[in-house]
Design a protein. Structure first.
Length: 274
């Protein structure tokens, strides 16, 4: 199991921010990444549908004998984290709690903003996690059009800036000093988000904090891949057209994502929740 890959799942290319952080902190580890690009974006979908799609991909990764699952998608974490931890024997790491820990430690005035997909914001997942942090007030805003921009490879421009200004205005009024990027696609828009919010607002991405959780879990379970096991081999799959995923993967992750295969999940909509 030490030589087995880490399974990472996202609705599209956004989870590559988590994959990059894992590779930076654990360069010996092998990754098996699936982007469910056939169904992206997850945000506008009903929670039950997101759960079915997510569990279908996670089932596939477990069948490939991964040693850990990383749900690098906030919408999927909100929809199926408890199901996943009950369903699989391997450890499951998600992205919500690591970001909450970092934001609670970073805020100076106790006012924290969270932006995410509609599914993530309406689930209340972040509010539930922040409930354990005394003195923190949370303002959540759904930004449903951000993911399609990233999936098209658009991370700057006047149209995106105008959209960001409209989305983030309630957070400016709330005078938040810390903003959680509650979708793994959003760090790829950090430039425009920071421009709108100003230098006084700390942006919190879950990628680095999630990678630290991966490190801790593998260390505690004695599952770290050794230095003498040869160079790592990574596997990247997309449930939709692999070509645009590979193009964006090379841009957002680097040469590790140069080759992307195609994954067909014909029974995706029929997966039963354990």
């Amino acid at each position: 199991m030490m030589d087995a890959p880490i399974g990472i799942f996202d609705s599209g290319v956004g989870g590559l921010t988590v994959a990059r952080a894992v590779l930076d902190q654990l360069p010996n580890e092998q990754l098996s990444y699936v982007g469910d690009t056939a169904h992206v974006p997850y945000g506008p979908r009903p929670i039950a549908e997101v759960r079915r799609f997510a569990l279908a991909v996670l089932d596939h990764l477990v069948e490939q004998d991964v040693k850990m699952l990383v749900i690098a998608c906030n919408s999927a974490s909100a929809a199926c984290l408890r199901d996943a931890r009950e369903r699989y024997d391997v450890p499951v790491v998600e992205v919500v709690l690591p970001a909450v820990r970092r934001a609670a430690a970073a805020t100076r005035n106790g006012r924290v903003g969270v932006i995410g997909t509609r599914a993530t914001i309406t689930s209340g997942a972040y509010e539930d996690m922040f409930a354990a942090a005394p003195g923190v007030t949370v303002t959540g805003v759904a930004c449903p059009e951000f993911v399609p921009f990233v999936e098209r490879g658009v991370t700057s421009g006047r149209q995106l800036l105008g959209l960001a200004q409209a989305y983030l205005e309630p957070l400016q009024r709330a005078e938040v000093d810390t903003l959680v990027l509650g979708c793994t696609h959003y760090p790829l828009l950090a430039g425009v988000i920071s421009l709108v919010m100003g230098d006084g607002v700390t942006l919190v991405s879950s990628a680095d904090e999630t990678a630290k959780d991966v490190y801790r879990e593998l260390t505690a379970r004695d599952l770290l891949r050794g230095d003498d096991t040869g160079p790592p081999r990574h596997r990247f799959l997309a449930t939709g057209d692999p070509e645009p995923f590979a193009r964006l993967g090379r841009r957002f992750l680097g040469p590790e994502a140069a080759v992307v295969g195609s994954l067909t999940l014909p029974r995706t909509t029929q997966v039963e929740v354990a």
